[in-house]
Design a protein around this ligand. Sequence first.
Ligand code: ADP
Ligand code: MG
Length: 564
Amino acid sequence: MAKKQFKSESKRLLDLMINSIYTNRDIFLREIISNASDAIDKLCFKSLTDQNVGMSREDFKIEIGTDKENRTITVSDNGIGMDEDDLENNLGVIASSGSYKFKQEMDKDDKEDIDIIGQFGVGFYSAFMVAKEITVITKKYGSDKAYKWQSTGADGYTIEECDKDTVGTQIIMKLKDNTDEENYDEYLEQYKLSSLIKKYSDYIHYPIEMEMKKSRVKEDSKDKEHPEYEDYYEKETLNSMVPIWQKPKKDVTEEEYNNFYMEKFMDYNPPLKVITTSVEGVVTYKAMLFIPSKTPFNYFTKEYKKGLQLYSSGVLIMDNCEDLLPEHFRFVKGVVDSPDVSLNISREMLQQDRVLKQMEKTLEKKIKNELASMLKKDRENYEKFYSAFGVQLKYGCVADYGMHKGELQDLLMFYSAKEKKNITLKEYVENMKEDQKYIYYATGESIESIDRLPVLELLKENDYDILYMTDEVDEFCMQSLREYGEKEIRSVLNDDLGLPEENKEETEEEKSQSEGTINFMKETLGDKVADVVVSKKLKNYPVVLTAKGGVSFEMEKYFAQMNP
Ligand code: ADP
Ligand code: MG
């Protein structure tokens, strides 16, 4: 039996596409410009082997124009163009991508990779989000005929021959009529268009030019106090073309990095650290990450959004891609640029998820290694980093049942009673006394108040170091870590601190001496305490309050707050 082809309801398919793939109508310009860039890439590539093209890289450009009267936006390129078949196959068939086929051919020949953006064959139709009619006037390289393709969307399209002198393509979009709910006039404003280009297409490799209306003082203006102005037009290149993260590191100055960061991520302060990385393998990407020098004012509020900017070959895909960063590094800012993510990124696409996961994994490792090396080689800056974001690392040790503690524990620092400054757990263990069994920590409101705790007396006497902790999360962090370098971590409130003095047996005489006092205290305090016992941990203080099982008063207070 002959196999029949599925027929798609193209009208419904187109509707579906326009209304569900994209959520933001602004991106139509990005799609049309990306296609123009792809078309130029193709011709530019041809020019490398075909003398007849007669053009060099500098000759290529994309031009944007508007016509307010006719309400049209025109995007012109001098790329490869399309013939009748191309129009039929690429613009007439939804989800057919000439660019994808082109890329496949290239891979076959193992030619040096060129940065073609398109691959899904749906970007073009996004223009119908804002346009009621699209006209494509195009002439293919090597052909002497030009064609006009025209469509009002779902109703279909027409193709006819037309005149066009030069090779390339012109996309003319006639804006939809304004309604009560929607107004499309903004797309005729040069300000709107130039800001869209800056936002989404800043790193397209070819200049994107637009005639910009400007104003200047008239030359024959006589009255110097109140000069007369006149309008004039000037062509301007709106995109900066080469993304800073694509440049070799040695070609970028610290000032450039700083300005890029401050402008893009709206911070008044230069970053504490810039991390650049370039990965090739299962997933290929370049990333440029920043660690802010100060905690953002909204860092601990819901307003703060973790995430990195995601680009596909220089085209912005997502402003804030959360999936690229683990929670414990949510303070990191930056951009990731990968040819492996496509323009129509949408959360539903499984394959994309895999790519993002892969990138997250390698980025996490990179950030961790950079922090570790900063701790080792640049302690002063690490201290700054730690005072801004150290708490986040502690939360990271606790989160997900301590799943990440292995990666994070070496980045932690705590105040050392002996050193009187922050030290790492590793440093603590290295300096432990030979007979010292545990890593000791004490929690409290401030370093000073902790330092006065009676339970510390014996530890200090034995010359053991104690870590002082003042953050709410510290205790949870310690419970999650439990040990470090095979040394158990113990609260100073624990009944058993592993001290030789603790094991001294009480003599009969001592017992009978203290019995009266103990009984008196038990009776007086009643059920305010669980027990009263003779402590072996005291020297100068008469009494000490401890907690069973080493749960601190801070922690008890915390739980009491949670379950009032
Ligand atoms: P994609 O870019 O993902 O391939 P599009 O829907 O954006 O899908 O475009 C479909 C196809 O139409 C492209 O692959 C390309 O072959 C062709 N095309 C679109 N715009 C142009 C243009 N300006 N010049 C030449 N070909 C174009
Ligand atoms: Mg496209």
